[in-house]
Write a protein that binds this ligand. Sequence first.
Ligand SMILES: [Cu+2]
Length: 174
Amino acid sequence: MIPLTALSLVAVGVVGGLVNPEGTGSLSRARCVAPNLPGPVVSVSLTNMGGPMMRRPNGMMGGAMRMTPDRSAVAHGTVSFLVTNGGTISHELVVLPLPEGQIPGTRPIGGDAKIDEAGSLGEASNTCAEGTGQGILPGASGWATVTLPPGRHELVCNLPGHYAAGMYAQLTVT
Ligand SMILES: [Cu+2]
């Protein structure tokens, strides 16, 4: 169990772009028990179709991955994300502000098959732990506590090819 004070410090570090040194990501197919998370908790389910990964002729992943939050809106301030990977490969959650007028899922994709994460407000990419790591392994959960201003936000998985395959969702902060 991580004390709330330590959790808050880690959250501040993530917002500042620091890497959580505890992020080993070495657990396999673990079932995780998250600590009591502060603020409203947005539960997010990450999925992909089982079996061999579909690939289009251009090498991009087929559209078979999803990011599904349990709500479409949350009050501004301290918000926690509890992210569970129900898929067969690693995933993550990154919280990005959604610029005025921009449609979710339309960010430009770079040569590395990823989108630009500049301006990230935090991420859950650690297996059975808080904050930033090497990705949430299949069957496991990760979590993060962030401070969200009012406005539209986009939750994304930015592992190569995953955004293009459909791993994004809008979250409105009121
Ligand atoms: Cu993913």
